[in-house]
Ligand binder design. Structure first.
Ligand SMILES: Nc1nc2c(c(=O)[nH]1)N[C@H]1C(S)=C(S)[C@@H](COP(=O)(O)O)O[C@H]1N2
Ligand SMILES: [Mo]
Length: 437
């Protein structure tokens, strides 16, 4: 090692190459899963992962691997989350196994996390502000206290699903997070109606689209780049069920779910629901922020065969998510005692901007179907829970299939409606059930 290198401070060493630095300082090689997480991980993220704040954080070299972290991703625990499968550590992406989504209202610990960038370090609700500007009569900047004082505070159960949920089933595969089934949740969100705030600002007739901005930063560290900024047509923005939310399940919003203020625009791809919300701009053109253009959150305008190379111009922006259901009980793979005549099955179903009109179950590979008892939604845009008793005539291997139909008559397909980016997989959920001999 050269003299100049030896004299370098620990901070400098870490800034240059955290993995190498960790090896030099602690004589060990960072675990593969650990690595990405640490490079440029914000203090907030780090604190969440450690489950504690770091009193001496000012002395902490950027990129230092906290010794508290065990050596594998399996031990990677996100404080305040329980049982989630971590797909990615930088940015953090984690989904919930289907059987842990059994509750009608998804507990905060079980709501999935989809980050595109690095969460902000400062999530202080007392100093947070939200700016409404663009095509409005009266641009305004509001604190969370202003929102609570000036607007009606409401709570709704709102279903939020990532546009790429189910991507892992695509063949040929689509690049991106390989979500299986669990990038969906139905928390009780409390906040003010987006429409009320927009009306207070005075929507100009020229406003046709919203543009949402959050406080998270780009993975590259470039302060001029945004990780994601999406928007919705003004008609969708004016729905009374979109919330500017400051509470999740009656408590604070989890840091990874967008504390202290986020949008919840239910029924549309989760990406429309900006977390760590700082600004909503109304625009006189379709928004063109990061992840709005190209093929992001877009699907071909026509049906394509799997693997088709579809030109960019032939894509359209995804609006409402399609009808879908999830079996949350039993857990796939269970074995029932010999002689079990039937199995109690439960789950949820949701349908973008529509209601679910029917859920059916089959244990004979789709030959016959049994209607489930379907509950009315708690409010529009809540998922609807259902249950059914499905008979199993004798021992052996069964698959329980669930199929939901929406109020417009759309039904879940068996085969994936393939698209290049792996969005909108709403195929039937299949759960394996064996009756022991
Ligand atoms: N600021 C910000 N908002 C964001 C994102 C993000 O990366 N940054 N991800 C979006 C995407 S793609 C989804 S699916 C939802 C996920 O919300 P959750 O992490 O609370 O589950 O947040 C959306 N809002
Ligand atoms: Mo997403």
């Amino acid at each position: 090692m050269s003299k100049s290198k030896k004299e370098r401070g620990i901070c400098e060493l870490y800034a240059e190459d955290p993995e190498r630095a960790d090896y030099v300082v602690f004589g060990r090689v960072a675990d593969k899963g650990r690595r990405g997480f640490l490079k440029g991980a914000g203090l907030a993220t780090m604190g969440v992962a450690l489950g504690a704040t770091i009193p001496f954080h000012r002395n902490m070299p950027a990129g230092l691997i906290p010794a508290a972290f065990a050596e594998s991703l399996t031990d990677f625990k996100i404080e305040g989350k329980d049982g989630l499968t971590v797909l990615n550590d930088r940015p953090i992406n984690a989904e919930t196994p289907a059987h842990l989504l059994d509750d009608h209202i998804t507990p905060t610990e079980r709501h999935f996390i989809r980050n595109n960038g690095v969460p902000p370090e400062d999530m202080n609700p007392a100093t947070w502000s939200l700016t409404i500007d663009g095509e409005v009569e009266r641009p305004m900047t509001l604190s969370i206290a202003d929102l609570k004082r000036d607007f009606e505070v409401v709570s709704y159960a709102l279903q939020l699903e990532c546009g790429g949920n189910g991507r892992s089933a695509f063949n040929p595969p689509a690049r991106g997070n390989q979500w299986s089934l669990g990038a969906v949740g139905n928390c009780m969100w409390t906040g003010v109606r987006l429409v009320d705030v927009l009306n207070a600002a005075g929507v100009k007739p020229t406003a046709i689209y919203t543009a949402h901005y959050g406080a998270d930063t780009h993975l590259s560290g470039d302060p001029d780049k945004l990780p994601i900024s999406r928007g919705v047509p003004i008609e969708k923005a004016m729905s009374p069920y979109n919330l500017i939310a400051f509470e999740q399940n009656g408590g604070p919003i989890h840091p990874m779910n967008g504390a202290p203020l986020r949008l919840v625009v239910p029924g549309w791809p989760g990406s429309c629901s900006q977390k760590w919300l700082r600004r909503i701009q109304l625009r006189d053109v379709e928004h063109d922020g990061p992840k709005m253009t190209g093929t992001s959150y877009r699907v071909p305008k026509y049906k394509v065969a799997p693997g088709t190379d579809v030109p960019k111009e032939d894509h359209k922006i995804i609006h409402a998510m399609p009808v879908k259901s999830l079996v949350t009980f039993p857990e796939s793979g269970i074995t029932l005692p010999a002689g079990s005549p039937s199995v109690a099955v439960r789950g949820h179903a949701w349908a973008g901007d529509y209601f679910v009109s029917q859920v059916e179950l089959s244990a004979d590979f789709g030959t016959t179907w049994t209607k489930a008892d379907l509950m009315a939604p708690t409010n529009p845009y809540s998922w609807q829970s259902w249950q059914a008793e499905v008979s199993l005539p004798g021992r052996g291997y069964y698959e329980v299939w669930a199929r939901a139909t929406d109020s417009e008559g759309n039904q879940q397909p068996f085969a994936i409606n393939w698209n290049p980016k792996g969005y909108l997989n709403n195929t039937m959920h299949r759960v394996a059930v064996t009756v022991a001999a």
